[in-house]
Design a protein around this ligand. Structure first.
Ligand code: AVI
Length: 328
């Protein structure tokens, strides 16, 4: 895989198969607790289903974070100040990104995303909304340090990572990402990051297992994608969506549970599952004020400010990349 402007990030074999997808699926299905990384949810159908999830009555994070960005824009702007290059980790949402950009008078906007087509489409929509703002999309894997465009090199930076996407990573990966963000943005940079909060288990379970079954479709779509792209014959109807609360790690887990004994093949390899066995497809960690601060600190970021929505369901944190201290 290569990174950088204009280079292809998805490696495909002679038959057009995404080799990283195949490697992750085959390795994950061979594990005792079968697991597929959540990033593979987002093909076209999966991305559309995720958009639908954000509109569900049970799925509060998007509304809660938007409420914070709208209601606290003056305070957020005062702490961030004008003239920063906003570097968004991901293509940007059509609602949250404009709210931030109109609040803080930035001097440039740099969205980073591995999915080039999506990046280009959302960047031009945003450039049309903010005609005076220079937009420099960069097609890159932001899990590693990214070379930012020369045009923003001298500008102070603000990283933006909304949605509690950090919660989809285990602590080690989340720490690595925060460190990479620090390397990408440089010392003195600020980071505005969304982190979903620990709350009543029933509220959390409903958010990940909605009455209309959209989250179930989102989860099951992964099997449809595997069948289509990796020559699989998984009997999708033989699996059920399940959301579980893991109290040890304070996270919602999504699983696809076999409703009967099943055997299937993917890319020519055979697998079998007994009734009740599952494929673990996602973690969504939930934070407290302290665990959020601890994670930020582990990644080299000092917490500066924190806002929550009126029902204290979701938090938005502002942190600063300070030089490491050698003593307490
Ligand atoms: C993208 N991410 C922050 C979502 C979450 O809440 O963990 C993905 C999601 N999975 C099921 N519903 C939403």
């Amino acid at each position: 895989m290569t990174t950088g402007k204009g280079l292809k990030l998805v490696e495909r074999d002679a038959r057009g198969v995404d080799t990283a997808f195949r490697a992750d699926v085959l390795a994950g299905l061979a594990e005792e607790q079968k697991a597929v990384p959540a990033r593979w949810f987002y093909d076209d159908a999966g991305s559309r289903l995720f958009e639908d999830i954000t509109q569900l009555p049970e799925y509060y994070p998007t509304r809660a974070e938007t409420e914070i960005l709208r209601g606290r824009s003056a305070q957020i702007a005062e702490l961030i100040g004008p003239g920063r290059a906003v570097v968004e980790f991901g293509s940007g949402s059509s609602v949250k990104t404009p709210l931030l950009l109109s609040a803080i008078e930035p001097s440039a906007y740099v969205p980073l995303d591995i999915a080039g087509d999506f990046l280009r489409a959302s960047s031009s929509a945003l450039a049309a909304k903010f005609p005076g703002l220079p937009v420099y999309p960069v097609e890159a894997d932001f899990m590693r340090r990214v070379e930012l465009p020369a045009e923003v090199a001298a500008l102070p930076k603000l990283g933006f990572f909304p949605g509690s996407t950090i919660g989809n990573m285990i602590a080690r990966t989340a720490t690595d990402l925060l460190r990479s963000m620090r390397e990408t943005l440089g010392e003195g940079a600020l980071l505005l990051i969304g982190m979903d909060l620990v709350k009543d288990k029933q509220v959390l379970l409903a958010a990940y297992d909605d009455a209309a079954g959209v989250t179930a479709q989102f989860n099951l779509n992964l099997l449809t994608r595997i069948n289509r792209e990796l020559a699989g014959d998984i009997p999708v109807d033989a699996f059920a969506h399940e959301a579980r609360w893991n109290d040890t790690y304070a996270r919602i887990e999504m699983h696809l549970v076999a409703r009967q004994d099943v055997s299937f093949s993917v890319s020519g390899q055979s697998f079998a599952m007994a009734v009740g066995e599952s494929i673990h497809t996602e973690n969504s960690h939930k934070f407290t004020r302290r665990t959020a601060n601890m994670l930020l600190a582990a990644g080299g970021w000092e917490p500066r400010a924190r806002w929550t929505d009126s029902e204290e369901r979701f938090s938005l944190l502002l942190a600063e990349a300070r030089p490491p201290r050698s003593a307490p």
